[in-house]
Design a protein around this ligand. Sequence first.
Ligand SMILES: [Zn+2]
Length: 282
Amino acid sequence: MGKYQKLIVAVVVVGILIGAVTHMLKLQSTVMALKAENEQLVDENAVLSIDLELARQEAQLGTKPPATPQQPKFAYLTFDDGPSANTEKILDILKQHDVKATFFVIGSETEYSKHTYQRIVEEGHAIGLHGYDHVYANIYQSEDAFMDSMYKLRDLVEANTGVKPDIMRFPGGSNTTFSTKYGGQGLAAKLAARIHDEGMQYFDWNVSSQDATRPLVDTQVIIDSTLRGAQGRNQAIVLLHDAPAKKTTVEALPAIIEGLKSQGYTFEVLKRDTPPAHFRLP
Ligand SMILES: [Zn+2]
């Protein structure tokens, strides 16, 4: 190798190193910001700690695979934590735009909730399990506690809709630290195996609307996070929330739908055999 070639190689190597270090520093500053936010909010209440857990996961979303231009693009809008006072509004918007979505519901036996489960199914959306309750300290106590919560919810949904859900989402996502905190190391892996053994599939997400990173997120932030996250993919599984406080999620929904359409997406519901997004288990 000549002197100049060596020099060029050296310059390239230094360039790559600078790039890598810059990237690491960026990631580190994101994590530091999340940590700072965490410390500030940690004592306020349990709902906020759920929000922060999701914020932590934002930083973990993997790098996206390169898009394959010829292949179809499917978007899966997923709404966690309903039924809520917002479910009807979400369903109305989906109907106006002729879009089907997936609802990972929790257990509620009010007449409104039962009607809402029915409406989700009648209007062609998918209904999946998110746990009869969403209290981490309860559901992540043990394998049985978690599965019992899922079965109880499955029975409730089936009794009201005739549909026996075979898709689910872990409260907090499959990589939540709460499963280890309450149920010990390896609980999440045991649950994932159990879910598959019983013929069900679980879904994490690969696009976050960031609507749960704080109690009320600005509408435009939800729109931008979703549309930016969906760019360059062929499959977008979008995390959204159907909860009483999440009014801006409802406000953001029409622009999210239009934006994804203009990126070339068509909308599908999650089914057991849809290629899943899975986080690395803790
Ligand atoms: Zn949830």
